[in-house]
Design a binder for this molecule. Structure first.
Ligand SMILES: Cc1cc2nc3c(=O)[nH]c(=O)nc-3n(C[C@H](O)[C@H](O)[C@H](O)COP(=O)(O)OP(=O)(O)OC[C@H]3O[C@@H](n4cnc5c(N)ncnc54)[C@H](O)[C@@H]3O)c2cc1C
Length: 442
């Protein structure tokens, strides 16, 4: 080969290959840098603990192909996974909701899904394959039993009712005692309710809040990733990617068409075993039932303040859409992350007047980033904070806040109470259900 031929060879083959390789390396370096930065921010703002089921990545098996990253449905809105130094890593664990798509997508079997971390354990009740707990007659389905996601919750709700039907097979309902009392109307409880109606069981469903459970509390317009599923009395539902609003509308229509009866704004208070089954006390009354199906989810019950006016429609316990509060006088009660995030988002909406009332002297439980955001808005005079205070009265037009010995009266259109929640684990233990704390268990 003479010199001209070798030049031809270099310019036609090697140079383009070198350019493509160079572009690939540059993109890879930028992506890795971005992941590192996001990871740093997640650590700084305390977003390092996944809420429940999440991946653990074995770096001896991971080849950094990135299939897991592309497969994660939450990746569109948050950087959950990313590559650092050629390996996949959980970047913002707090945003992982346990779809498990990463595990399925990994061609090298480098991903295991686990519950809880070394630092933060997850309480999972012990449930048999037929969804019955160690307490005969009490069943658990959906996320409360550890298995999150809408489709899983729906499947479990249906299957739990089939098991209950088998257990009730010899009863003729002559005694008027319920076959099953279903608690919760999230995806699991709603599917269980439809199944109970389809099987002609004598049932009642109670729900402390609204149809849809956790889905109802997603931010406005959230993209929901799910999978086709068969709903009793409704048929095949083909949703794969939809929005929160469309999904809730569909369930509402299914509720109306199927004529199932769900008693809203009714909370479970206690379950006592009797000779025929259970006596179940709720905020609205007492029921006798042979079995109880708990589909309570894991969000818990919001803690109430127990003050006058708290039952007014303008009082809510979570922020769904900040834009709803434009031009309004809003009081946010609480000093944790949810309260500070809610106050910040609302104060960023046009013409809002936002006040935070917190019973302690400092926001010591909240993340650094949230504290800084609030401090900045306070300095800019866009938000007011009343520390060491308690709300004592809510009227249609005002709120009254007690600080030391004085009462501060503020004009008010809306109140958001973020005073924490009572998690269901304590209740489960109280009624004798065995609960195991998982620290990274597959
Ligand atoms: C931000 C976020 C995004 C998500 N995105 C997706 C997604 O895209 N796709 C997906 O598949 N999953 C997603 N999930 C997970 C999914 O929402 C849950 O796994 C699912 O809602 C669990 O259903 P569930 O019926 O078991 O519980 P929940 O939906 O939590 O419902 C439980 C119900 O029980 C009620 N309840 C609780 N205690 C009582 C009581 N004492 N008395 C009466 N009623 C009570 C509650 O009010 C609630 O309505 C997401 C979760 C979050 C937090």
């Amino acid at each position: 080969m003479n010199i001209f031929n070798s030049l031809w060879f270099y310019s036609y083959y090697l140079i383009p290959i070198a350019v493509i390789w160079g572009i690939y390396l540059a993109i890879r370096t930028i992506r890795h840098k971005k992941s590192k930065l996001s990871r740093k921010q997640a650590v700084k703002s305390g977003m390092t603990e996944p809420p429940s089921l999440h991946p653990v990545i074995d770096h001896t098996l991971c080849l950094g192909c990135g299939y897991c990253i592309n497969a994660c449905p939450e990746q569109k809105s948050h950087q959950v996974l990313g590559l650092i130094a050629g390996k996949s890593n959980l970047i913002t664990p707090a945003y992982c909701i346990g779809h498990g798509a990463c595990e399925r997508a990994c061609p090298h079997k480098a991903i295991t899904l686990v519950f809880g971390t070394e630092k933060r354990g997850i309480d999972i009740p012990e449930v048999k394959p037929n969804f019955e707990t160690n307490q005969k007659g009490i069943y658990i389905a959906g996320e409360l039993g550890g298995m999150g996601l809408i489709r899983n919750a729906i499947e479990q709700g249906k299957q739990a009712v089939e098991s209950i039907k088998q257990a009730n097979i010899n009863n003729n309902n002559a005694d008027g005692i319920l076959d099953v009392l279903i608690v919760g109307a999230g995806p699991a409880g709603f599917a269980a309710t439809l199944a109970a109606a389809q099987h002609r069981l004598n049932y009642i469903t109670i729900e402390q809040d609204s149809l849809g459970g956790t889905v109802f509390h997603y931010p406005r317009g959230k993209v929901v990733m799910t999978a086709p599923v068969k709903l009793p009395l409704v048929g095949k539902v083909m949703f794969k990617e939809t929005t929160k609003e469309k999904l809730l509308d569909f369930w509402k229509q299914a509720e109306e068409k199927s004529k199932v009866k769900i008693r809203y704004k009714e909370r479970l208070e206690s379950i006592i075993r009797t000779e025929y089954g259970f006596e179940v006390k709720t905020t609205q009354g007492m029921y006798q039932s042979r079995t109880v199906l708990l589909t309570l989810g894991r969000r818990g019950t919001p803690r109430k303040l127990g003050i006058q006016g708290e039952d007014k429609p303008k009082v809510v316990y979570s922020l769904i859409d900040p834009a709803e509060y434009q031009g309004k006088h809003v009081l946010v009660v609480g000093g944790g992350d949810s309260a500070l995030e809610a106050a910040y988002c609302i104060a960023c909406e046009p013409e809002t007047v936002v006040t935070i009332s917190y019973r302690s002297a400092a926001f010591s439980r909240a993340k650094e980033k949230n504290r800084q955001n609030i401090q900045r808005l306070q300095t800019e005079d866009r938000l007011k904070v009343i520390m060491s205070s308690n709300v004592v009265n809510i009227t249609d037009t005002h709120v009254e806040i007690k600080q030391s010995e004085r009462i501060i009266k503020l004009k008010n259109n809306a109140v958001i109470i973020n005073a924490g929640g009572i998690l269901p684990t304590g209740f489960l233990k109280k009624i004798g259900i065995m609960v195991q704390t998982k620290h990274g268990t597959p």
